[in-house]
Design a protein around this ligand. Structure first.
Ligand SMILES: Cc1cc2nc3c(=O)[nH]c(=O)nc-3n(C[C@H](O)[C@H](O)[C@H](O)COP(=O)(O)OP(=O)(O)OC[C@H]3O[C@@H](n4cnc5c(N)ncnc54)[C@H](O)[C@@H]3O)c2cc1C
Length: 447
């Protein structure tokens, strides 16, 4: 079983889905197998509503596992897919939890009295607090950009609201107790409480502690074209992280990792030289605009590597096609320099969209790589100079078909760009005969 899981990523993926379903449905399965003795006459709608509440609550507790960056799980899907799953399952859990009391109120209008916060028993108050926290969490998450809530305060509030919601939800379930009379029913819920608590301790204390024990120092900050800065880090007193080309890490600069103000960046340097890792950072916002002023010798912490956007997963591929837009070149450059260090002889294509010739990030480095690799580069400029004879505009199906290899299905394709461009290119590749399983995407906008 174990060797099957190690060798086969699809089997690992299916394995984690089964684990998730078992944990989420276990409380319900136990209830079905061993219904409470005093359950006779409680009615279908009451039982149904409780079932929805149980599934919703177990799903909410599992959200802590989905966002804890557990490497074993992350390595099967990639963080963007896990966060996508986190978003969708949150909405489903939210609906289950919301429908749970609504059914109760319709089935037995007297239960509406439980909403009277000052006179209701504490277990009902716990449910009200959990639901309000959940509503606030969903509204601020879906509307974060529209409400103009900056990422970091939102992230902190999200964590607090999730803890409040799940904590009070679990107290409500344990407090009602009717369905938790049996040993196994109680054991499952206590297990869920303990897993949730452990995940909180792991994310907030254990992981930062590990990072603290493995610090890095900024060796240099090197300006690049296109308002990008290479942040060069050296491990201090340890060997650094071993990563695969194309992966990324969460960086904390200057402050303690316990403050949890970290940002994700793709590693841009070669995986064959982990003793000195580089990140290419584009100045776009509050944090990234400060990179150029970071002094050599500044302390840094690295949580990683993460991600499944990497050529190493497709050793059997006849060659690779990379499609980058702007700063999306960073993970791709790491894959290219690593392939060059390994003297890889397979045919490689890079289609790279930029605004102008002057701001093509890493143009010199890419040009040098054409001497070491069988690499064809196609630059696509939105604002080309007058004497430009190359490709212009946006990367679309017609442009792709001019450069795709003769048998497109024999290659693997890596796309990293803004979301709209990635969607269009993905569609164009499928329409050009590239199987879905051969197209790999890296999203820089996780949240
Ligand atoms: C897997 C991955 C790899 C990335 N690789 C690179 C790279 O190689 N080079 C590069 O320049 N950028 C990369 N990014 C994007 C980079 O993380 C954001 O540009 C940066 O965090 C923005 O921070 P800011 O404070 O400067 O900008 P802000 O203006 O505060 O934020 C802009 C947007 O970036 C996102 N963001 C902000 N802070 C965080 C955070 N702490 N965690 C996650 N998202 C955040 C939010 O959606 C926010 O709305 C990557 C992102 C991801 C998810």
């Amino acid at each position: 079983m174990r060797s099957l899981l190690v060798r086969n990523p699809i089997a690992i993926g299916v394995f984690w889905v089964i684990v998730y379903l078992v944990i989420v449905l276990l409380p319900l399965l136990i209830l079905l197998l061993y219904p409470p003795a005093a359950n006779v006459g409680r009615g279908f709608w009451l039982d149904f509503s409780v079932a929805l509440g149980f599934i919703g609550l177990a799903m909410m507790a599992m959200q802590f596992a989905l966002t804890a960056r557990i490497r074993l799980i992350e390595a099967s899907y990639g963080i963007d897919l896990i966060l996508q799953f986190h978003r969708y399952t949150s909405v489903v859990a939210f609906l289950f939890i919301l429908v749970h009391p609504i059914i109760l109120f319709i089935d037995n209008p007297k239960t509406l009295q439980l909403l009277n916060f000052f006179h209701a028993p504490w277990r009902a108050r716990a449910a009200v607090i959990a639901t309000l926290a959940l509503i606030l969490m969903v509204v601020t998450s879906i509307g974060r950009k529209r409400l103009k809530i900056p990422y970091e305060p939102w992230c902190m509030a999200h964590g607090i609201l999730a803890t409040v919601s799940v904590g009070f939800g679990l107290s409500h379930a344990l407090g009602v107790g009717h369905y938790l009379g049996l040993f196994w029913e109680r054991t499952v819920w206590i297990g869920i409480v303990l897993i949730t608590l452990w995940l909180l301790v792991y994310v907030r204390l254990v992981k930062p502690l590990f990072m603290l024990r493995k610090p890095y120092l900024v060796e240099a900050v090197i300006p690049q074209r296109g308002d990008v800065w290479n942040l060069v880090l050296q491990p201090r007193g340890h060997v650094g992280i071993h990563f695969q080309p194309g992966q990324f890490a969460w960086i904390t600069l200057q402050i303690s990792p316990f403050r949890m103000r970290e940002h994700p960046f793709s590693i841009v340097s070669s995986a064959e030289r982990p003793e000195r890792i580089e990140f290419g950072i584009k100045a776009v916002g509050d944090f990234t605009k400060t990179i150029k002023d970071v002094a050599p010798g500044t302390k840094a912490f690295v949580d990683g590597p993460y991600g499944v956007f990497m050529t190493d997963r497709y050793e059997d591929s006849a060659g690779f096609v990379f499609i980058a837009g702007g700063i999306g070149i960073t993970p791709i450059l790491s894959m290219l320099v690593t392939l060059a260090d390994r003297h890889d002889e397979r045919p490689l294509h890079l289609i790279y969209g930029s605004k102008t010739w002057g701001n093509i990030t890493y143009r010199q480095e890419l040009s040098a790589l054409t001497d070491k690799l069988d690499l064809t580069i196609v630059y696509v400029l939105r604002n080309p100079p007058k004497d430009w004879s190359g490709e212009t505009g946006y990367i679309d199906k017609q442009l792709l078909q001019r450069y795709l290899p003769k048998r497109p299905a024999t290659r693997n394709y890596f796309i990293c760009a803004v979301p709209k461009m990635m969607d269009q290119i993905e569609l164009a590749l499928h329409e050009s005969g590239v199987p879905v399983t051969h197209v790999h995407l890296e999203h820089f906008n996780l949240v």
